[in-house]
Design a protein around this ligand. Structure first.
Ligand SMILES: CC(C)(COP(=O)(O)OP(=O)(O)OC[C@H]1O[C@@H](n2cnc3c(N)ncnc32)[C@H](O)[C@@H]1OP(=O)(O)O)[C@@H](O)C(=O)NCCC(=O)NCCS
Length: 208
């Protein structure tokens, strides 16, 4: 707890970091809006991670041949990343996939895949009512802006479709990401998955 003992210099640095992060997210969203098509990481900020040059990370529409890759990203993101926020029984209940159901569901709504070089590293989607159901990033490519670029793509697509509000049910793991990107928590809830109860958050963002 730092309350009452905040070093003014680090507070200033934290504000500057927040402003920079917000600015690059805004820039990505604006560029994605302008492009109305797949966006690349250069539209975010070259300083996000110098090990991934902007021309190597991009987002494109899902293709049926992506199915196994997105399933693997989903399973590994839960088992290796979300596992820090949920216990083993909850992870086991969540990390299950019916391949046939997934094949149909991916094609039932716009879905996008993030790619670095030839490797698929994340995916997301958008339902007709503005609900974002999926946001998963491969464990080996966390915290380099993949989800930010995916979300910028969703926001651009939503705006193009006349959707002005996004909603999602964010995991404990994803809540800070969505908050950083302008979503607000409406409520926390406990959802039942295969006999286990998992906490998540109903969140919304109004698009301007
Ligand atoms: C949540 C998740 C999608 C974020 O993906 P990511 O590509 O690592 O996110 P980004 O690199 O674009 O991060 C963007 C911002 O969110 C912040 N952020 C992301 N995850 C965070 C976390 N767990 N805690 C705090 N901040 C986080 C980053 O610091 C970054 O902030 P900044 O650039 O404004 O400083 C990813 O961690 C993941 O796949 N998690 C496991 C699966 C999951 O729970 N999915 C959601 C299901 S609803």
């Amino acid at each position: 707890m730092t309350q009452g003992f905040v070093d003014p210099q680090s507070a200033v640095a934290a504000v500057a970091r927040d402003a920079a992060a917000e600015e690059r997210a805004n820039r990505a969203a604006n560029l994605a809006k302008a492009a109305r098509q797949p966006v690349d990481a250069g539209s975010i900020d070259q300083s996000l991670d110098q090990s991934v040059p902007p021309d190597r990370l991009f987002v494109r529409p899902y293709q049926t041949t992506d199915l196994d890759a997105v399933i693997e990203i989903f399973l590994r993101a839960i088992r290796e990343v979300a596992v820090k926020d949920y216990d083993r029984a909850q992870v086991d209940a969540w990390a299950q996939v019916d391949r046939g159901v997934w094949a149909r569901r991916r094609l039932s709504r716009p879905t996008w895949v993030a790619v670095i070089d030839q490797e698929r590293v994340g995916f997301t989607d958008l339902e007709p009512d503005g609900h974002l159901d999926m946001m998963f990033v491969h464990p080996a490519h966390q915290a380099i802006g993949v989800a930010t670029l995916l979300l910028a793509t969703v926001e651009a697509a939503a705006t193009a479709r006349g959707i002005n509000r996004l909603s999602t049910e964010a995991s404990l793991t994803a809540r800070p990401f969505f908050e950083r990107r302008g979503f607000s928590v409406l409520a926390s809830q406990r959802v039942e998955k295969r006999g286990q109860f998992l906490t998540n958050f109903r969140m919304e963002k109004t698009l301007t």
